[in-house]
Design a protein around this ligand. Structure first.
Ligand SMILES: [Zn+2]
Length: 70
């Protein structure tokens, strides 16, 4: 005897497990995080070419993360 009321619902095969909206949102957030990681860790004046403004702005974060600085 089987009890069908405890059977988990089954997703139809024509529906993706993750929607495209969720994938695009995750890709956008991931890209922004990579850009932020670059700016904090690796920018040595390449982005802020008018000086080391960005470097100095993120200087404490760089040291907090243990990124080589100076
Ligand atoms: Zn430093």
């Amino acid at each position: 005897m089987s009890n069908l009321s405890n059977t988990p619902s089954v997703r139809p095969l024509d529906q993706p497990a993750v929607s495209a909206r969720v994938l695009w949102t995750a890709a956008g957030v991931g890209s922004l995080l990579l850009l932020l990681a670059y700016l904090v860790a690796f920018d040595q004046g390449a982005v802020s070419q008018g000086g080391m403004y960005l470097h100095e702005l993120l200087h404490d974060g760089r040291h907090l993360l243990g990124v080589p600085c100076h």
